[in-house]
Structure formats: C-alpha cells, structure tokens
Design a protein around this ligand. Structure first.
Ligand code: BDR
Ligand code: CA
Length: 330
C-alpha cells in the first residue's frame, strides 16, 4: 500500500460507520424550525443521521415529506427520508398552522422540487429496524408529534430497551404552553403517543419550552448568512416569515424567533448544553382544559420514580454560537 503523505489533512467528516459519531434518527414535521434542525443535524460532524422520518404537524405529512426531501437534497447528503403518520395515534390531524409556518410549511418560500422520493418503507418500520440493527446505539430525536415513535413502540414493544435515549422537542414543564395555557404543540397534537413514550422505560431527555424559548435567532444574524450556500435563500425567506409570526406575540424582541427543534438536535449531540432535573413526567390525555399537558411531578416526595431528564436551563449563548457558525451565519 502506498504511504500516505504526512501532510494529509484530517478528514472533516468521519466515515459514516465511525464509532465516534452518535447514531440518530430525526423525526420531523417540516416546518421552519424543523428545517433548521435538519440542517443542523446534517451538517454535524458528531452525528450520523441514519434517516429522517416525517409526520403531520406543522403541515400535512406529504408536505412535510416533500420539504424534508428538498432540504436534504440542498445539503447534498445521502440520507433517506421515510414518510410516516398522516394522523395522530387515535385522533385525526388537527390541521396545519399556516400563520406560523406558511402555507407550504417553509414560510411560502420557493421550495425546489426534490428529485428523490421517500423510501417505500413506513417510518415506524424503519425506526424498529434501525434500533434492532444497532441495539443501544440509536438516539431518537422527535421534533414533531410523537406518533411515528409511538407506532414503532406499539409495533414492537421490545425496542424500548434497545433505544439508547429519546431526546424530544416537546412539553412545557415549569412554564406556559404554546397551544393552550399548559400544552406545547408536539405533545398537544398527539398526547396518547407522547404518553406511550413516557411510559416506555426508554431514557428520555425532554427539551421543552422551558429551554427552547430561551434560545433565539435574530434578524441581523439571519441577514449575515453565507449567500454562497445552496439553502441560504430558502432559509432566509422561511425564517423571515417565521420571525414575523413570533413578532406578533413577542413584539418587544423585534425580529427574532426561538430555535425549538434545532436545540433538541443540539442536545442529542451535546447533552451538556442543558441543565436537567430528573422527574417523573406523564401526559394528560383527557382533560377539558389540560389536554396535552406534560404533568411533571416536582414534589419533594414524588409517588413514581423519575422517567425523564427535564431540561430546565440552557447555555443559550454557546448553542447559538454553534448554530450560527454551522449554518454560516457569521
Ligand atoms: C414545536 O411545534 C412545532 O410547531 C415546531 O416545529 C416545534 O417542533 C414547538 O412547540
Ligand atoms: Ca417541529
């Protein structure tokens, strides 16, 4: 074998099967902040994204799938996309939220038609297969309704012990909700699914509104995004729309938006970004006023053992610096 020149530059991206990279499956309802989370994950040197699964939520599942395929293609990465649930586990899809994410989920920006199709397999089947293929190695990162994951767990309950951890964007532990006074959108949209996960025994990190609302991207950072990147125009148009939606409710912050979904990916990559509190968490599935509430037992003597690491504080500056440098907002 020919000797390698000593000056050879180190590999920027380790090969896909490198043990140094954390295997993840990202579950999305793309969605503006989902789009940012996808980019953050695909541009990571520390994560190996086995695949991306899609669900209804911010938009219907077909739009979420198309948006996801388009974004993956813009990064040039070879990551498969699996279409998932069109409805919640036992409820119909509550409908999209065009006033936050635009009619097409990406702030009405022009989205290039993807050339690739979703894989033929269902999202839940893909999740089961990958977890069984790499027992103890896969972190599941749902940043949407938990429907696909719950379907995988119900399909094969044995996977609960083989999933390394679930790092979810969802819930509101010690802060208000965003759909109702007590419920966050990803949990409210499919409370039964979230309950399956919290009762599964898999270790869970809950990246809820307690921390995601403390992260924020500002308009000036967005404007500085590297114009040479193939996704910059799409991101800028989509995020400007998203910022306008947030401005209606948080006028004092000016052009700003929280980075809900990217923070969950960032915590999967680097758990040290958030301070957590071990608690028992369950989900309200029937309350008139409290449907979708993440009920966190913060009492001195809880009656059930802890089942989740609830994020209660975030190093927002460190996260934002990493996010901006990775996406070229320098
Ligand atoms: C969550 O709901 C969705 O609208 C966002 O994409 C995020 O996953 C925030 O509550
Ligand atoms: Ca989302």
């Amino acid at each position: 074998m020919a000797a390698q020149p000593e000056t050879q530059a180190p590999l920027k991206n380790p090969p896909p099967d490198s043990p140094r990279r954390q295997k993840v499956i990202l579950d999305v309802d793309t969605g503006v902040d989902d789009a940012l989370a996808i980019l953050y994950a695909l541009l990571s040197d520390e994560l190996e994204v086995l695949g991306i699964t899609t669900c209804c939520g911010n938009v219907d599942v077909d739009t979420a799938t198309r948006n996801t395929l388009a974004l993956v293609e813009l990064t040039g990465k070879d990551v498969p996309v699996y279409r998932g649930s069109a409805n919640a586990l036992v409820r119909p899809f509550a409908g999209p939220v065009p006033w936050i994410h635009g009619d097409n989920g990406l702030g009405n920006a022009a989205v290039p038609e993807p050339s690739r199709r979703p894989e033929p397999e269902d999202a839940a089947v893909f999740i089961c297969e990958q977890v069984l293929r790499y027992p103890g190695e896969v972190v599941l990162v749902p940043v949407a309704r938990m429907t696909n994951l719950a379907r995988a767990y119900l399909f094969d309950p044995g996977i609960a012990k083989s999933v390394q951890r679930i790092v979810m964007m969802g819930g509101a532990a010690f802060c208000p909700g965003n759909v109702t006074p007590v419920a966050e959108a990803n949990i409210w949209g499919d409370p039964e699914a979230a309950r399956v996960l919290f009762r599964s025994g898999t270790p869970i990190t809950m990246v809820g509104l307690d921390v995601t609302m403390r992260t924020g991207l500002t308009g000036d950072r967005l404007n500085r995004m590297d114009p040479s990147r193939p996704y910059t125009e799409l991101v800028q148009q989509a995020v400007r729309f998203y910022m306008r939606a947030y401005e209606e409710h948080h006028a004092a912050r000016g052009a700003w938006c929280p980075l809900h979904d990217p923070l969950a990916v960032a915590v999967a990559e680097d758990p040290g970004l958030c301070r957590t509190r071990r608690c028992h968490v369950d989900v309200e599935t029937s309350g008139d006023l409290t449907l979708g509430m993440t009920v966190v037992d913060a009492r001195g003597k809880p009656t059930a053992p802890p089942n989740a690491d609830v994020c209660v504080d975030v190093d927002a500056e460190r996260f934002l610096a990493r996010f901006c440098s990775r996406l070229g907002m320098v």
